[in-house]
Design a binder for this molecule. Structure first.
Ligand code: VTB
Length: 347
């Protein structure tokens, strides 16, 4: 990104991108068709994103080129409305998207589905493979005290100490999966409270870094792409994520036949420039960018963001937009007016 001005303006553009994806998917809420919900979010996100004045490149998206027609990894977009000459002046931006994080949540009308993306200067976001990732996410007060390799109880003790409370007063959020049996029993044994969620560890991780949500840590295995976007949010919120890629069927609690063989994954990691599969990633490894923009819009109601509301003369969205440079965390409540001159806008 060339300068701060460009970054500020881009943040606003990315807000519009997330709003568009959220509105389209929210229309499908409760229809029970997760693929359709995702599809409309992707389409809307791509369309608005292509109009943003940038030379954008998708680094985390809907999949490889042969499996995803839109927002695939490596897709170049942005500056669609401008001439090649003008476009050449636009900043080069890497983008990680999750047009609908929590497709199931949207399809069921359950809480915490969001449309989300992170952007940075070239090379500012790790090119993570679409495999699983073990994560621990905490807020600013607990930065520097966690260790993903340490026993769960030790981490909870450290978090409790940093937050000046007892372990019993902590709430850990965790995906409700059989692979977390051991983790859950260790959290219970340590005495902390648990919130098990059916999906969406990205918005859950963000809640862990925002005081007042009553979530103090996210722990467990979710998607690696979600981990990178979470890291981008942590840079803006002063939180911390530690993470490790996971592809061992035993750790995932699944049969060998359910995951690609280790050699195949290793080859893929190598081709993506990841040499050490056991590496422990911190916030900066996942999101090394100096100029990061994070934007998310609520699709369904959630801990941090309200879902899209439709009314006669338009719709209303609730988003968060943050940038590392300006250190602004903006919660944006947008009324998209569609009605005529008599449309009533409510506070
Ligand atoms: C993870 C998690 C996501 O889907 O990718 C999960 O990071 C898929 O995990 O937030 P399973 O394969 O165990 O279902 C989400 O929950 C998004 O829906």
């Amino acid at each position: 990104m060339k300068n701060l001005k460009a970054e500020r303006e881009l943040a606003f553009d990315f807000l519009r991108v997330c709003e568009a994806a959220a509105i389209e998917s929210a229309r499908t809420m409760g229809q029970g068709d997760r693929e359709h919900s995702d599809h409309v979010a992707v389409e809307a996100m791509r369309k608005v994103m292509d109009s943003v004045p940038m030379r954008g490149r998708i680094v985390i998206g809907e999949g490889e080129r042969d499996e995803a027609p839109m927002l695939y990894i490596g897709e170049e977009l942005g500056g669609g409305d401008y001439s090649d000459e003008t476009r050449a002046e636009f900043p080069e931006i890497d983008i990680a998207v999750d047009p609908l994080e929590g497709t199931n949540l949207c399809a069921l009308g359950a809480n915490n589905a969001i449309a989300v993306l992170a952007a940075a200067e070239r090379g500012g976001l790790l090119n993570a493979p679409d495999i699983y990732m073990d994560k621990i996410v905490v807020g600013p007060s607990c930065r520097g005290v966690i260790d993903i390799e340490a026993p769960v109880k030790q981490n909870l003790k450290a978090i409790a100490r940093s937050l000046n409370r007892d372990i019993e007063d902590l709430t850990v959020i965790c995906l409700d999966r059989s692979r977390h049996k051991q983790l859950i029993s260790e959290v219970r044994e340590a005495g902390a409270r648990i919130r098990l969620i059916s999906d969406g560890d990205l918005s859950a991780g963000i809640s862990a870094a925002v005081a007042g949500t009553n979530i103090h840590a996210l722990m467990g295995i979710g998607g690696a792409p979600e981990g990178v976007i979470t890291a981008a949010a942590m840079k803006c919120l002063n939180g911390e994520i530690q993470a490790k890629l996971v592809f061992d069927p035993e750790k995932l609690g699944v049969d060998k036949s359910k995951v690609p063989p280790a050699e195949e994954v290793m080859e893929r990691l190598q081709s993506m420039g990841i040499k050490d599969a056991d590496k422990i990633y911190d916030t900066n490894d996942l999101a090394p960018g100096k100029k990061i923009i994070f934007a998310a819009t609520g699709v369904t109601d959630g801990a941090l963001l309200r879902g899209v509301r439709f009314f006669g003369a338009g719709k209303r969205t609730h988003s968060v937009v943050m940038t590392t440079d300006t250190k602004n965390i903006r919660f944006v409540d947008t009324v998209h007016v569609e009605g005529g001159p008599d449309a009533v806008i409510r506070f």
